[in-house]
Design a protein around this ligand. Structure first.
Ligand code: NAP
Length: 221
């Protein structure tokens, strides 16, 4: 039986972002009570902030980590300090939440990784490594935290504010290029990813899994 979300206590970390916001909305539409802490209430790069946030709260039924800030660049050009800061945000941010969050038995923790874990890009090698780390983390955590279920959802290119730093022309050119290349023939929407996050959160037989939502980007020639 699908886990009922009516009145479930849900935390979405990164709910001001594209994927996090769509996920929080989808949980609410299913009847859940959703907490959407801002950056200042829960900073995933700060041990004390994460620990204080969870210490002040009771257990959640479902926790989603859709927060991260990473720098893109080839291994040869990205400064080691920037690479470490990216790892500290996306990998250790999720790690800190996984470590501190109290989650009820039968509940779930879902991390957001990314398809570069399996489809590397020469200009985003670090992102692929971080995502692969997260996907390995959920497989281990699913054992450690059982009967809490732990999964990852791995998006391809999704139209979110993550890409707002590019010029409109560059962003559109990237979206057009990817849409022409992937079997789904479009880029993803945040709601596509939110749908998968609700699936892994509510299916009681899914744990230790990574669900890919990439329009077929991983298998595209
Ligand atoms: N969009 C894509 O194409 C794509 C593809 C593959 C994987 N992903 C992954 O999906 C996840 C969500 O991406 P998105 O596209 O939704 O990104 P987004 O729109 O840029 O949102 C990022 C979110 O992370 C939050 N955040 C950043 N640093 C934080 C910190 N130190 N503490 C707490 N919150 C922090 C931001 O909050 P503020 O607004 O307060 O900074 C924002 O809510 C990320 O892990 C990203 O790598 C995205």
């Amino acid at each position: 039986m699908i886990v009922d979300l009516k009145n479930a206590r849900v935390l979405v970390v990164g709910a001001s972002g594209g994927i996090g916001s769509a996920t929080a909305d989808a949980f609410e539409a299913a009847g859940a009570r959703v907490e959407r802490p801002g950056h200042n209430a829960l900073d995933i790069t700060d041990d004390a902030s994460v620990e204080a946030f969870f210490a002040a709260r009771g257990p959640f039924d479902h926790v989603v980590v859709a927060a991260a800030r990473t720098r893109t660049g080839s291994v040869g050009t990205l400064a080691v300090a920037d690479a470490q800061a990216s790892m500290n945000s996306k990998f250790f941010g999720a790690y800190r939440v996984a470590r501190a969050a109290r989650i009820n038995d039968g509940g779930s923790l879902t991390l957001v990784s990314g398809f570069l874990s399996r489809r590397p890009s020469a200009s985003s090698v670090l992102q692929g490594a971080i995502n692969a780390g997260l996907e390995a983390l959920v497989r281990g955590l699913a054992l450690e935290r059982a009967p809490v279920r732990v999964n990852a959802v791995s998006p391809g290119l999704i139209d979110t504010p993550l890409h707002a730093g590019m010029t409109e022309a560059d962003r559109q050119a990237m979206f057009d290029r990817v849409a022409a290349h992937v079997p789904a023939r479009r880029v993803g929407k945040a709601e596509d990813v939110a749908h998968a996050i609700l699936f892994v959160s509510t299916n009681p037989f899914v744990t230790g899994s990574t669900v890919t939502v990439d329009g077929g980007g991983t298998i595209a020639a």
